[in-house]
Design a protein around this ligand. Structure first.
Ligand SMILES: C[S@@+](CC[C@H](N)C(=O)[O-])C[C@H]1O[C@@H](n2cnc3c(N)ncnc32)[C@H](O)[C@@H]1O
Length: 214
């Protein structure tokens, strides 16, 4: 096989190619690592941001805000865009709002302190991008399917459906946990859906990227 092994040395090389983060993103990264708050990294942020920019997306939906790190990457990739993002943890939602404001994006980011599944059922809006960053937290395959269906209903043709942790550190090949089975199930839903063209990219813990055909 011709696939490169991402050794520590290769990872350091990749890190050296990333542009330095501005003070807001750098601070959030540092806080998240110190407090064990699960966030994407700079490579994934740059990747998602590129996709959003290339797609010319304006209306971004995110499931799982944490303290706003990925949301800042996503929003900065849109020229006149908006972000609607769900977070159930009150303290994280507050910090996300403060971080969006500090990044100069306070007016563009709507942090909804609601369960993403029931919230999305009630949300009457369409989006150009949906980024799922709570695949790891669904209780069952049924809920995973429900979220997939809801995201599809909220995306227009040409829209992007993206999800983090699509490889779950390998626990999708022969899943040993319910979370692994959920993520493997999600990957199957995306891969088999004729309305989508898709790929899983092995950045960090795997990013699922799919585009709704026009
Ligand atoms: C992986 S973190 C999000 C990280 C963030 N996207 C980033 O990279 O900066 C997932 C977040 O989803 C929140 N969460 C978990 N289940 C949720 C649900 N059902 N609805 C809304 N938020 C949820 C958790 O509190 C957690 O902060």
């Amino acid at each position: 096989m011709n696939t490169v092994q991402v050794t520590d040395e290769v990872q350091e090389y990749l890190d050296s190619l990333l542009p330095p983060r501005d003070p807001v993103l750098a601070r959030i990264e540092e806080e998240a690592h110190r407090e064990n708050i699960p966030i994407i990294d700079g490579h994934e942020g740059a990747f998602l941001s590129l996709l959003v920019r290339i797609a010319g997306a304006k209306r971004v939906l995110e499931l799982g805000t944490a303290i706003g790190y990925s949301g800042i990457w996503l929003l900065r990739a849109t020229s006149v865009g908006t972000l609607t993002t769900f977070e159930t943890n009150h303290e994280r939602a507050l910090r996300a709002r403060a971080n969006f404001a500090e990044a100069g994006l306070g007016e563009k980011a709507l942090v909804l302190e609601q369960d993403a599944v029931s919230g999305l059922e009630k949300l009457n809006a369409k989006f150009d991008v949906c980024f799922i960053d709570l695949l790891n937290s669904f209780p069952s395959e049924d809920v995973t399917r429900k979220v997939f269906d809801l995201c599809m209903q909220h995306l227009d043709g040409g829209g992007l459906l993206m999800a983090d942790n699509a490889l779950r550190q390998g626990d999708v090949v022969k899943p040993k946990t319910q979370q692994g089975r959920n993520v493997a199930f999600y990957n199957q839903l995306v891969a088999k859906d004729v309305r989508l063209e898709s790929v899983v990219v092995p950045i960090r813990d795997g990013v699922s990227v799919a585009r709704v055909k026009n």
